[in-house]
Write a protein that binds this ligand. Structure first.
Ligand SMILES: Cc1ncc(COP(=O)(O)O)c(C=O)c1O
Length: 372
């Protein structure tokens, strides 16, 4: 059967038996009325810790809560200044405001779309922030991760890493989520490790941060009716835990398929005005996004051709954080070279999801080639 469409993402390619295993597991949890908490949560957390290489993994309600909890766990409080990249998903910015702190946007490098150490150092010198959220976008890792971690430690800046998009990503052979002071991820269904609803997690190797995060996700509870902190109700559900635990059994093949997809585009689309990008050499990406850059003036034309061929696309993300109307009244400063804005106008994402076929990848690549 020849292909006539490719979605940007589809959530319905599961391994044989996955659905049946999930449904029978749900039936069993239902019988035991294990809806919130129960052994399945601990089993998932143990598996998450093992796969990510972190000593502790703490399940929570979503990736945004995970950032808020991480901010509070490290001690970010009212009116503290927190650096965030100007190119990220809005949740990174939002989380800072939601804990009462003040976000400062710091521009990204135009080539890597992530922070670089020199701009990070300049931002720390100018704003003297309490904390910073380094974001790893596209399934890549920030190429200067190790330098930024080292400098943040020396400068007493508490570094949180938003790894919503980087489950399985490594830098110099080391898992990002497993080697940060504290990192977070999202299990939104479209993520590399997705749940069947909202869910997230916090990762750390630090015992105190683990304990504090656990208290914060559960109403600041120190005992059933004793509350030592103002926390959240951000517990992960039992059905989501089951879904994620079963998904982890297949994470290696899902990652392999995604990584192969981004490599396919990189090889098939050489020498065009649309330039596929891969993560930096020291980074082993997870294939979350197929990223390319194009002259902003040429982007609408290519999008038109993709639409005509019934191919989905993304522009992740189409606007810098500092330019969002919701940032007004919250932005406590910015370093702006116009790079995040440029990336937002030049980026174009092609279809990429677990088990995308070579026929689909070929159909997309041929459409892009024909356009030029
Ligand atoms: C970079 C980034 N941070 C935070 C989040 C928020 O995660 P959630 O939607 O699970 O709250 C996302 C989700 O898309 C994200 O991509």
């Amino acid at each position: 059967m020849s292909i006539s469409q490719v979605p940007f993402i589809t959530l319905n390619r599961f391994e044989p038996g996955f659905k049946e295993n999930f449904l029978s597991g749900v039936a069993s949890l239902f019988e035991k009325t294990q809806f919130v908490g129960g052994p399945i949560v601990g089993e998932l957390e143990a598996e998450l810790a093992k796969v990510s290489g972190a000593k502790y993994a703490i399940g929570c309600a979503n990736g945004t809560d995970a950032i808020q909890i991480a901010l509070r766990a490290v001690g970010v409080d009212k009116n503290d200044k927190v650096l965030v990249p100007d190119m990220t998903f809005w949740a990174t910015f939002e989380a800072v405001v939601n804990v009462g702190a003040n976000p400062i946007t710091v521009d990204v490098n135009r080539q890597t779309c992530h922070w670089d150490i020199s701009t990070f150092k300049a931002a720390v010198a100018e704003f003297k922030p309490k904390a910073a959220i380094m974001v790893h976008l596209y399934g890549w890792a920030c190429p200067d991760t190790l330098e930024i971690r080292k400098f943040a430690k020396e400068a007493n800046v508490l570094l949180i890493e938003d790894g919503a998009q980087c489950f399985g990503t490594k830098i110099n052979g080391e898992s990002i989520l497993g080697s940060a002071l504290i990192a977070t991820t999202s299990f939104y269904p479209a993520k590399v490790l997705g749940a069947s609803g909202d869910a997230g997690a916090i990762f750390t190797n630090d015992e105190l941060l683990n304990q504090t995060s656990r208290i914060l996700i559960n109403h600041g509870r120190t005992d059933h009716y004793s509350h030592g902190m103002i926390g959240w109700n951000s517990r992960i559900g039992a059905y989501e835990s089951l879904f994620l635990k079963l998904s982890l059994e297949h994470i290696a093949s899902r990652l392999e398929s995604r990584r192969a997809a981004v490599k396919f585009y990189a090889e098939a689309l050489q020498g065009l005005p649309f330039k596929p990008l891969l993560a930096a050499n020291q980074v082993w990406e997870n294939g979350y996004c197929a990223v390319g850059m194009i002259d902003p003036a040429l982007r609408p034309g290519l999008i038109d051709s993709l639409k005509k061929a019934s191919i989905g696309h993304g522009t992740i993300y189409p606007g810098a954080m500092s330019l969002q109307s919701g940032a007004k009244g919250h932005l406590a400063g910015s370093i702006d070279f116009g790079n995040a804005h440029y990336v937002s106008q030049a980026v174009l994402n092609l279809p990429s999801f677990a088990y995308i076929t070579n026929e689909e990848l070929d159909y997309v690549s041929q459409c892009v080639r024909k356009h030029f």
